[in-house]
Design a protein around this ligand. Structure first.
Ligand SMILES: Nc1ncnc2c1ncn2[C@@H]1O[C@H](COP(=O)(O)OP(=O)(O)OP(=O)(O)O)[C@@H](O)[C@H]1O
Length: 327
């Protein structure tokens, strides 16, 4: 698969505070990356940085975001707007982030289309119906002639996904798209997202707290802790042979059906903006050593596309940080 998005050494924050630090990964065409990590670790900040939306307060401190080779950080606002509108779609946690509750859905679709393309209402309506049917949203006429409050939460989220797809973007950024929905409806939304890849070959970056959702949808998983991506790999590598102690703790914290309480994470969470030396997970780690207080910017590969920032990988060949930049 050809690469669509390349994030290199990306460091972003708010004001003077660094939140997301030295992020590196490549997303291929048609690939789905799930980003997981505890609340407040910087997942949304990373997505906001990739979107480069003004007004979010996110400040890019270092690095690059290459979208099909174009650095999103060095192009004009007009070019950025064109990329965002046509080639990059966004799905929010709450469909209310995409849909205006007071307007019929058809007007919202037509206006979105007309803001990016010269097209009359009749033609726009026809191509919107076509997208809805390609996404198996039966009864497109009824949906388009409804207000959002006339549809269920799950249907609204499926409509918000269709709205994000209206210009057939190559990349969809989805910020917790299933969290506001009840479990039975989450499945429909996950299936809707999978259809984007199957029918449009869209790449997706999805952030979520839900390991079940990520296990169903992702090809690759990036695990974030305290603003850093601490482990990255194929879904099965992360779920079956995790290597970073934080990934292991995260998997151990998944509730089981046997009624036993899952293991929590001991220790104090990392505080952004406080001075800190060494590994950010140190104070909560059960296998740290003296070296962990010194090492930063370390990456160990266990397989070609499976790596971790942990230095405690006995017998695993370690590479310098720079080696990941070319991966
Ligand atoms: N606009 C902002 N200004 C200053 N700090 C912010 C802003 N937005 C987020 N932060 C801080 O950045 C850190 C990362 O927040 P972010 O929302 O990216 O985390 P997250 O992993 O997406 O969390 P959640 O899963 O709860 O949505 C947090 O400490 C948060 O308080």
């Amino acid at each position: 698969m050809e690469s669509l998005l390349q994030i290199k050494d990306l460091t972003v924050g708010y004001g003077n505070i660094e939140i997301v630090k030295d992020i590196n990964f490549t997303l291929k065409r048609g690939e789905i990356l799930g980003i997981v990590g505890e609340s407040g670790c910087g997942k949304s900040t990373l997505l906001k940085a990739i979107m480069q939306l003004s007004g979010t307060g996110v400040v890019t401190k270092k690095g690059s975001i290459l979208f099909e080779g174009t650095d999103m950080l060095s192009i004009s606002k007009e070019e950025l707007r064109r990329i965002r509108g046509n080639r990059l779609g966004v799905v929010f946690q709450n469909p209310g982030g995409s849909l205006n509750p007071l307007r019929k859905i058809k007007h919202q679709f037509i206006e979105t289309m007309q803001s990016h393309r010269k097209i009359n209402k009749k033609e726009a309506y026809k191509s919107i119906l076509n997208i809805l049917s390609r996404l198996d949203l039966e009864d497109g006429e009824r949906i388009l002639n409804s207000f959002p409050f006339e549809l269920s939460g799950g249907m609204n989220q499926r409509v918000a996904i269709a709205l994000a797809m209206i210009m057939e973007p190559e990349l969809i950024l989805a910020d917790e798209p299933t969290s506001a929905l009840d479990v039975t409806v989450q499945v429909q939304v996950v299936e809707e997202l999978l259809k984007l890849r199957e029918r449009f070959f869209t790449s997706i970056i999805m952030i979520t707290h839900n390991m079940g959702v990520v296990a169903k949808i992702a090809d690759k998983i990036g695990v974030m802790y305290a603003g850093e991506m601490v482990e990255y790999g194929e879904k099965n590598q992360i779920l079956e042979t995790p290597i970073h102690p934080y990934t292991k703790a995260l998997l151990a914290a998944i509730p089981k059906i046997d009624g036993k309480m899952p293991q929590g994470l001991p220790g104090r969470p990392f505080v952004f903006g406080e001075s800190h030396k060494g590994c950010r997970f140190l104070s909560r780690c059960n296998c740290f050593s003296k070296e962990c207080q010194e090492k930063t910017n370390h990456v160990s590969f266990v397989e070609k596309e499976h790596w971790s920032t942990c230095i405690k990988l006995d017998g695993v060949k370690s590479y310098g940080y720079s080696s990941i930049r070319s991966s």
